[in-house]
Write a protein that binds this ligand. Structure first.
Ligand code: C5P
Length: 256
């Protein structure tokens, strides 16, 4: 399972906003390997939790676990630790490795399907710092890479001013998060304020001419990338398309 890092070209994450494991599996079957990153959030997780994370991992995809943690610091510590070790498994044993693998050899190839998680920046700085610590401690314990942690600023279905998003991005950066979720409209300002390595994850992506749905701060994939987004999150424009794979391919063309 290849690592997902902050220094790659922009990547597409498809939001698996469906209500059953069966429907989620259907979309991953259609979309993988055109799409390798899938968002699992509140539509699926309460009922299907780790089953859906494991399903994506087994098929070779990676999971953006978007549960927007907002709680007391101690609970958020446990939440990010739990997300880090979620469905950890041996996903790739290099060819040539002895079948009777030593524990050490196996441990080196442990990984979690979860490559990124969200915390809500409405939480206190202490909560965000404890969230980072939870993921770090668990990753060190398991001998795996810490998942990326990004802070939700203002939902793209809401009207927001750039200053509010920037304030929350700065709080997230100071607390040690790897980036934030914001709309493409604030992406350039966040990069300027927090540095080019601070990740921007942009939902609210709508192809030209596609209906707005409930998104207020929307942009095309091309606009999001031009503004500096590292990841774009797309749900309905792909899930509701007559040909979801073609819809994903069209968005990927914009990214390249
Ligand atoms: O269907 P659509 O493309 O609007 O889906 C956008 C996805 O991004 C949803 O899964 C939503 O939960 C998520 N999201 C968002 N705004 C944020 C954070 C996440 O729309 N700020």
């Amino acid at each position: 399972m290849p690592p997902v890092t902050s220094h790659q070209s922009p990547q597409l994450i498809v939001a698996l906003d469906v209500d059953t494991l069966e429907k989620a599996t259907h979309f991953v079957d259609i979309l993988y390997p055109t799409v390798k990153l899938f968002k699992v959030g509140s539509s699926l997780f309460p009922a299907w939790g780790t089953d859906v994370v494991r399903m994506v991992g087994k098929k070779g995809g990676r999971v953006f676990l978007d549960l927007k943690f907002l709680d007391i610091p101690n609970t958020v510590y446990s939440a990010t630790a739990s997300g880090t070790s979620s469905c950890i498994a041996v996903y790739s044993i290099p060819s040539g490795l002895d079948e009777k693998k030593t524990e050490d050899q196996v441990t080196k190839h442990l990984s979690s399907p979860v490559f990124m998680m969200t915390l809500h920046t409405l939480g206190s700085s202490e909560m965000l710092r404890k969230g980072v610590k939870g993921a770090e401690d668990e990753a060190a314990k398991q001998g795996i890479k810490k998942p990326l942690l990004v802070g939700v600023t203002v939902l793209t279905c809401e009207v927001a001013d750039v200053e509010e998003v920037l304030k929350r991005a700065c709080i997230a950066k100071e607390a040690g998060l790897d980036g934030v979720v914001c709309s493409a409209h604030e992406a350039a300002a966040v990069k300027e304020a927090c540095g080019k390595d601070f990740l921007v994850v942009a939902p609210g992506i709508r192809p030209k001419g596609y209906k707005t749905d409930d998104q207020k701060r929307k942009a095309t994939a091309q606009e999001a990338i031009a503004a500096g987004a590292d990841f774009i999150v797309v749900g309905r424009p792909i899930l509701e398309a007559q040909d979801p794979r073609k819809a994903a391919e069209d968005i990927l063309k914009e990214l390249s």
